[in-house]
Design a protein. Structure first.
Length: 227
């Protein structure tokens, strides 16, 4: 993950400095290079993790917002149809887009689990990764703060291992036999994903029944009057 500190930077050596250094410039650039590159890698990784865990731990993945009824018979009729369309599209998003998102989440956490425990049985890794994603989605309906803490725990643990140990215990790449073993268990993975999708529907229905509200955001403003 991190660059080799021993490799000099030909690019940095060509950068003009606006002020004289009390030490040899070439030595300074060789010293600064691993610091700068590691800092950049860490910042990029943390920004990615920050955006990722906030998204996966969000209770309302998709927003459903009704429009306020315009005044008049025609306005009310048009907005009624529009709100029905919004509900249909909302359901379609959970039926089509949400399963695709679960695949992305699952692959990401499976990758992290394999990195942390490359020698563990592949079936254990598969179920552990899905259990993490499932726990994140369930806790999102209880406390999004708790869900976010859970979602970022494993990625930050990986970062800590890389920083403190310089990644000697982590494999440089996923072994081919692990990839093959995962592909051979595609039916199991598909059942895991189906379970998560069905669970999300149950949680969403429970949320609607508990709050007595179908929409997940405030209504849009009235856009005009009809006589």
């Amino acid at each position: 993950m991190f660059p080799d500190p021993a490799v000099p930077s030909t690019l940095l050596q060509q950068v003009p400095l606006p002020f004289p250094l009390p030490v040899d410039p070439e030595l300074a650039l060789r010293t600064w290079e691993p610091l700068a590159l590691r800092a950049v890698v860490i910042v990029i990784y943390l920004v990615f993790i920050f955006e990722f865990y906030r998204f996966v731990a969000r209770r309302d993945i998709f927003k459903l917002r009704f429009r306020r009824y315009a005044r008049g018979v025609v306005g009310r009729s048009v907005e009624s149809v529009g709100n029905v369309v919004r509900i249909v599209l909302y359901v379609v998003e959970y039926l089509v887009v949400y399963p695709l998102l679960t695949i992305v989440w699952y692959v990401f956490y499976l990758f992290l689990v394999v990195l942390l425990a490359p020698g563990v049985d592949i079936q254990v890794l598969l179920v552990t990764a899905m259990a993490i994603v499932t726990a994140i989605r369930v806790t999102a309906y209880y406390s999004q703060n708790l869900s976010q803490d859970l979602a970022k725990m494993l990625p930050l643990g990986i970062l800590g291992a890389l920083i403190l140990e310089d990644s000697p215990a982590l494999p440089a790449e996923i072994p081919v036999d692990v990839v093959v073993a995962v592909a051979e268990r595609w039916e199991t993975i598909l059942l895991y994903l189906l379970f998560l999708v069905l669970l999300e529907f149950v949680l969403r229905i429970g949320q609607v029944l508990a709050t007595q509200r179908l929409q997940t955001a405030g209504p849009e403003d009235d856009v005009g009057d009809e006589g």
